[in-house]
Design a protein around this ligand. Structure first.
Ligand code: S3P
Length: 167
């Protein structure tokens, strides 16, 4: 059995873009958790947050993560908050090899600056929000990871090649 590969990291660290490209290189299925949640719930992540709140979203997110225990050989891009719960972190380890895409704060700010689809960043000072969230999550990303990749300043293909060389 070939292990699943899970990409974790902060919003805007490139999980979906890198995951898609990695799945092409390795000829494996790509699963984007947020997209799958939107399909299953038949609505956007923003609407889920606005109508039912973050806690409800986290419940669906965990439920979807549990369903991935049945998958094999997939490349999975997770939502940036997946590491928040202990239980999710245990699930990640059971599902497959966990790769943390570590981007620095400037890189993240650049990637999300015009974004309207990330409810947690729709604040008055989104740069401050990013710094605070990053600081509170950093240890959780690090302790969940089997492999850590620095992504800032690198292009998608070189990141993908680096991941493959470390598998
Ligand atoms: C979140 C990240 C988002 C999405 C939701 C919450 C977070 O996914 O799951 O908006 O808490 O970091 P991306 O990391 O794909 O943006």
């Amino acid at each position: 059995m070939i292990e699943n590969i899970l990409l974790i990291g902060f919003m805007g660290s490139g999980k979906s873009t890198i995951g898609k490209q990695l799945s092409k290189y390795l000829n494996r299925n790509f699963i984007d958790m947020d997209e799958e949640i939107e399909k299953t719930e038949n609505t956007s992540i923003t609407s889920i947050f606005n109508e039912y709140g973050e806690e409800y979203f986290r419940k669906i997110e965990t439920k979807y993560l549990e369903s991935l225990l049945d998958k094999n050989e997939a490349i999975i891009s997770t939502g940036g908050g997946i590491v928040l719960k202990d239980y999710n972190r245990q699930l990640l380890k059971k599902i497959g090899k966990v790769i943390f895409l570590h981007a620095d704060v400037n890189h993240i700010v650049e990637n999300v600056k015009d974004d309207t689809k990330r409810p947690l960043l729709q604040t008055e000072n989104y740069v401050k929000t990013i710094s605070e969230l990053l600081e509170s999550r950093e240890d959780k990303y690090l302790s969940s990871a089997d492999i850590i990749i620095q992504t800032s300043g690198k292009d998608v293909d070189s990141i993908v090649e680096e991941i493959i060389s470390l598998l």
